[in-house]
Design a protein around this ligand. Structure first.
Ligand code: NAP
Ligand code: SF4
Length: 668
């Protein structure tokens, strides 16, 4: 057995799980979609088939005031019980186990009826909450218990009470948001009364044989959060109130510390759960950036936790547990923590999916069907779009030949993985390499496609996925030796000096600045830079950040008048912006480029002349399509499909590239 700790059963009281992998709660957007429960059933069934030990659903509200957004998912009546039955039947039919998370958003709700312990608006919310009256508190406790009973009736194996991430219960437990003078506020014993009463009420309703998990905020990462001693008092109290398992919660949504983005090292918070293990007896679950079976096994083998929670990694690959158990972990499609198709979608009010696995939440739509007619297919270019097309077509039974000019597959991911915090992009390349071997793609590396290959190959389908090349802006002096392009810098072919100007403020300009700041992605560095107090001596687990200054002076220029970094992801843009600010990177918009010479970059900024002295100017001004072969292949009478950057370079990202590649692989 490759991962003995990960694959040992665990008795959680009411149920025993066959392995230690918990699928953490994720809102998918299907909860509110038309026909969403049938799709959710398919989504969770796929994960149960993939051998997840225990699934926890996305958060379901116990009443209307607890909605995350208007008409959000709630479980308060029998019609809703019937819909949840579709999910539990699907999971149990596949031999899985599933618990439903009960989440009351409190002041994080996106509607005008939000409630909270005190009338304090959150910095990330639009609506100021109403203070919950004592009667309101009592009825909310009853609503939690009622919803838990309905979840039991719907066939769930248990429930998870969401007590972290800054939602209603967490708002009660900390001084930051609980300013009440009655018995529901004051010292820690008053502040935790609300969750304790909820747990007691639930236990009374559901009896002893129903699993209750409590998600406990162990590190609030906000000012006026709880002290470690208070967190321990809460943990002991919820254990005594009848909880079977405690799941770890790290950081509020309004915290200015990234806790799951790619800049967070793998398993960065298992030490918090490990600390709690010394304090309580019931099983504990570790969370955050546990994206491979190796990381999970280490945490369990070190005795830091009894289970590990993986949420996004099971969007990326529903078969992660099964592959790990069978010793096939190189076949796992690893989550790269980009947030681009999961959390960013949810924050944009779209359905979640996954950048590396477009089938996530669309299992039926992306079901791979074997081909009836085996065709000979040429794929030009082995970037993410070409790889996705090739493995999908080959998996269906086609004969697929792939030509790639470079020595290795991966395209732009070979560059992205060199940026600090993006090392996981290498996992996607590894995954495609492995899938190509498994599906029998015939790979021709270091080989440019030629007219001869096109004409003589007897191809029945040609997929052009040749990607992009950097755009060359029309600025006088572009041939000056100070001018470098982002690809040559990221490859390490040419390194800029200490004074650098970057032209372009898109994702790649920001990545370039991060690369040039050039610091490690290690655990200590991460905790220092973002001000996380690993000694937990301070309230909320915060301390003053320790910044190691960059040896480079970096400026980023762009022409438009908009906000810097506007094109970055909803949930990660702020992380990039703060990182650059912490390292003194200047950002300058409304720039008109005049010329480049020995002095540097001459510009006009808002109409005023300005020289940016520079050792080097790095061009990150977007890309253009590499589509030369499209017309040639069409003229040769071939059946041509164009995907990814070769089709349209503008607005290209890997999410579109992989989805387009997968779709064409399914269609040919
Ligand atoms: P981009 O997002 O289109 O940004 C290009 C930048 O170059 C813009 O700031 C643009 O700003 C500037 N520009 C465009 N034409 C120019 C010209 N002729 N002369 C001078 N400046 C010009 O492209 P990218 O940064 O290359 O990124 C490519 C894709 O990769 C993006 O779609 C992005 O989503 C993706 N990506 C994402 C991330 C991420 O963190 N999520 C990271 C890397 C890449 P002005 O027009 O204002 O000058
Ligand atoms: Fe992970 Fe990115 Fe997929 Fe989200 S979209 S699950 S972060 S790989």
């Amino acid at each position: 057995m490759p991962y003995p700790h990960l694959f040992s059963p665990l008795n959680l009281g009411p149920i025993t799980v066959p392995n230690r992998i918990l699928m953490g709660s994720m809102h998918t957007g299907l909860e509110e979609a038309r026909g969403g429960f049938t799709r959710l059933a398919s989504f969770y069934r796929t994960r149960a088939n993939g051998e997840v030990g225990l699934i926890v659903t996305g958060g379901i509200s116990p009443n209307r005031r607890g909605w995350l957004a208007p008409f959000g998912a709630k479980l308060t009546g029998s019609s809703e019980v019937r819909k949840h039955r579709i999910i539990t039947d699907a999971v149990h039919g596949s031999g899985g186990r599933i618990a439903m998370q009960i989440l009351h958003a409190g002041r994080y709700g996106y509607h005008p009826f939000v409630v909270a312990p005190s009338r304090l608006k959150s910095p990330i919310s639009l609506f100021k909450p109403f203070t919950l009256s004592q009667r309101g508190i009592r009825s909310t406790i009853a609503d939690f218990a009622h919803t838990a009973a309905l979840a039991q009736e719907a066939g769930y194996d248990g429930i998870e009470v969401m007590g972290s991430e800054g939602y209603l219960i967490n708002q009660f437990t900390v001084p930051r948001t609980n300013k009440r003078a009655d018995e529901w506020g004051g010292d820690i014993h008053g502040r935790i009364r609300f969750p304790i009463e909820i747990i007691k009420a639930i236990r009374q309703k559901v009896g002893a044989d129903f699993l209750i998990i409590y998600r406990l905020s162990m590190l609030d990462l906000v000012e006026e959060g709880n002290s470690w001693d208070e967190v321990v008092i809460q943990a002991r109290a919820v254990q005594a109130a009848g909880v079977n398992v405690i799941n770890t919660g790290i950081g509020w949504h309004e915290a200015r510390v990234p806790t799951i983005a790619s800049v967070v090292p793998r398993g960065a918070y298992s030490w918090v759960t490990a600390r709690m293990k010394k304090e309580i007896d019931i099983p504990l679950i570790a969370v955050n950036r546990i994206n491979t079976p190796e990381v999970a096994e280490d945490i369990l083998a070190n005795g830091e936790a009894d289970m590990v929670s993986m949420a996004r990694p099971l969007l990326a690959d529903p078969n992660l547990p099964q592959k790990a158990r069978m010793g096939k972990s190189t076949s796992i499609n690893t989550c790269i923590a980009c947030n681009q198709a999961c959390l960013d979608h949810i924050f944009e009010r779209k359905e979640a999916s996954c950048l590396v696995n477009p089938a996530a939440c669309r299992e039926e739509e992306f079901a791979i069907e074997p081909t009836i007619v085996r065709k000979k297919i040429l794929v030009v270019g082995a970037g993410p779009a070409g790889c996705a097309a090739a493995v999908t077509a080959a998996e269906r039974g086609h004969e697929v030949h792939m030509y790639e000019r470079a020595e290795s597959i991966g395209g732009q991911f070979n560059l992205a993985m060199r940026v600090p915090g993006k090392a996981d992009y290498a996992e996607t390349i590894r995954y495609y390499q492995q899938r190509m071997e498994e599906t029998g793609v015939i790979l021709h590396l270091s080989t440019s496609v030629s007219i001869d290959i096109l004409q003589k190959g007897q191809w029945q389908e040609v997929i052009i996925a040749a990607g992009v090349r950097p755009r060359q802006p029309q600025i006088p002096g572009m041939d000056h030796p100070k001018v470098l392009y982002y690809d040559e810098v990221l490859r390490g072919d040419r390194m800029p000096g200490n004074q650098v100007v970057i032209i372009g403020a898109g994702g790649i300009g920001v990545d370039m600045a991060t690369f040039l700041i050039g610091q490690s992605n290690g655990q200590d560095h991460y905790l220092d830079e973002w001000g996380v107090d690993a000694s937990v001596a301070n309230r909320g687990g915060l301390q003053r950040p320790i910044i190691v200054p960059s040896k480079r002076q970096i400026s980023i220029c762009f022409r438009s008048a908009g906000k810097f970094g506007a094109s970055l992801g909803k949930t990660t843009g702020w992380v990039h912006r703060m990182h650059l600010k912490k390292h003194g990177v200047e950002t300058c918009g409304q720039v008109r480029y005049i010329r480049i010479d020995d002095e540097g970059l001459h510009t006009e900024v808002k109409g005023q002349p300005r020289l940016f002295p520079a050792d080097h100017i790095v061009i990150c001004a977007g890309q253009v399509e590499q589509n030369e072969w499209v017309e040639i292949a069409r003229e040769a009478g071939l059946n041509v499909h164009v995907v990814g950057g070769a089709r349209i370079a503008g607005e290209l990202d890997a999410k579109r590239a992989i989805e387009e590649g997968t779709r064409v692989g399914m269609a040919v």
